[in-house]
Design a protein around this ligand. Structure first.
Ligand code: ADP
Ligand code: ASP
Ligand code: MG
Length: 436
């Protein structure tokens, strides 16, 4: 049995959390490979080290960067002191500070949270340290080189066990550091799991598994015991931030189950994620609900649109040339909508609207900003019309106006759009209707 265990920032935020992690590892000798995040927020300190590193880097032009660097250093020093580690932290910190002063890349600088924390953890639990820069490989275009990464991990970790690897980053061919997007240590864990052919990928965090809704919105949401990769992917992509949505692919391909578990309650069995689930709970229609705020919807109106060949392509060209990713394209008879993030279009909104009108020869364009998309996900969603009926009745009772229905036919989810201000109330209404 080979397990890969990824411990998130919440699990490695201070000396007390590191002790919990050590105990988990001591009690399970099948954990052979560990992926570690940078220290996250603690009960006393609300700052994640990675946030501080980004802030420190962006403050380089003014003097507060030194104070921020001091704060970062103190967090690591405290762990070293409390756990009585012998690592030469002073030199490590000094080198990083010199690199900063000499104009190092941002990716390199912000990756140092994972780098240092993994070194501390490795010493504390008596594992070896293997640097992610040697095994997670990026192409020059900034995308992961999946094959090379798989090869390098297999090669370097073959015949080795009891290793700690920093999450979140890798390197280009020339050795420069490149990070994943935020929360990317989950992806590192998934890549390692596949390459070492793990039996299970454990993802240790600060909640008892994937919950049916964000616990910051719903008080004590029910835990999901088992679910499919597809459901996880939908929920994670749409805002269930407990796992990075891109972390699903490598393990799914290799059919390695993911187990999300709680470092603060290690006795719990967490959430198990598999390709298929034998359903005992057929009448549980919704597996989970998640959502994201801050979308803009461009609604392109054109009578007799169906006979206009290429009209959707013409509209998409407007976004494509600006490298703006399109989230959804719900279509009607005489109109269709393009949903993108607020941020991507904020600056150019008038220009985009004009271009859409002329490119599509449209009758009119309506723009709705500050829209939240909410996705209700469930492998047992079959009779969509009856589910929509319940969902709309629940929202009507709460006086919530549904602005958009963004829906593919064969999906396992129902996506609706509401005003940002109704985001939390919509999730509550759906949760109460389908769960309690
Ligand atoms: P880690 O530091 O372990 O990577 P994260 O902060 O990235 O942890 O993810 C865990 C957090 O995800 C939880 O504390 C919780 O607030 C949040 N979260 C959002 N949606 C969900 C959900 N559906 N289930 C569980 N946690 C969720
Ligand atoms: N430390 C990084 C972040 O905060 C990566 C991670 O935690 O997964 O985004
Ligand atoms: Mg995370």
């Amino acid at each position: 049995m080979i397990k890969v265990a990824k411990f998130g920032g919440t699990s490695l935020s201070d000396d007390k959390q590191l002790i919990k992690v050590r105990d988990i590892i001591k009690n399970d000798d099948t954990i052979k490979y560990i992926v570690a995040s940078a220290p996250g927020a603690t009960n006393e300190i609300n700052n994640k080290i990675t946030d501080l590193l980004y802030l420190c880097y962006s403050s380089k032009k003014n003097n507060i960067y030194k104070e921020i660097f001091y704060e970062i250093s103190e967090r690591f020093k405290k762990i070293v002191e409390k756990l009585d580690l012998s690592i030469d932290l002073e030199s490590e910190l000094k080198n990083i500070f010199i690199d900063l002063e000499n104009g190092c890349d941002e990716d390199y600088f912000v990756s140092r949270g994972e780098y240092l924390n993994s070194k501390l953890l490795a010493e504390f639990i008596g594992f070896d340290f293997v640097d992610a820069k040697d095994i997670i490989c990026f192409n020059d275009d900034g995308f992961l080189n999946v094959e090379k990464t798989n090869e390098e991990i297999s090669k370097i970790l073959k015949d080795r066990e009891n290793v700690v690897i920093p999450g979140f980053y890798g390197a280009y061919k020339d050795g420069r550091i490149k990070t994943f997007s935020r929360g990317g240590s989950d992806i590192t864990g998934s890549l390692i799991s596949r390459a070492v052919n793990a039996d299970i990928y454990e993802n240790w965090t600060d909640v008892s598994g994937l919950l049916m809704a964000d616990p910051r919105i719903i008080k004590n949401p029910k835990k999901i015991d088992v679910m499919t990769y597809r459901e996880l992917r939908e929920l994670a992509y749409m805002g269930a931030t407990v796992l990075h949505d891109e972390a699903v692919f490598p393990v799914r391909e290799a059919k390695i189950p993911i187990n999300i578990r709680n470092t603060n309650q290690p006795e719990g069995c967490g959430t198990l994620i598999l390709e298929n689930v034998q359903d005992e709970e057929k009448n549980r229609i919704i597996t989970g609900i998640s959502g994201k705020k801050n979308y803009t919807v461009f609604c392109i109106n054109k009578s007799n649109m169906a006979s206009q060949v290429g009209i959707i392509k013409n509209a998409l060209d407007v976004f494509c040339k600006r490298k703006i990713a399109v989230e959804h394209i719900p279509t009607g008879v005489d109109s269709f909508s393009i949903i993108v993030s607020n941020n991507a279009v904020q600056k150019d909104i008038d220009k985009i609207s004009k271009e859409l009108k002329s490119n599509c020869n449209a009758d009119s364009i309506n723009i709705y900003s500050d829209i939240a998309l909410i996705s209700s996900v469930g492998r047992n969603i079959r009779n969509k019309s009856s589910i929509f009926k319940r969902l709309f009745s629940a929202l009507e009772r709460e006086n919530i106006d549904v602005k958009i229905i963004a829906q593919g036919l064969s999906e396992i989810n129902l996506i609706i759009g509401v005003d940002n201000k109704n985001f939390e109330d919509t999730i509550k209404a759906i949760y109460d209707e389908f769960v309690e």
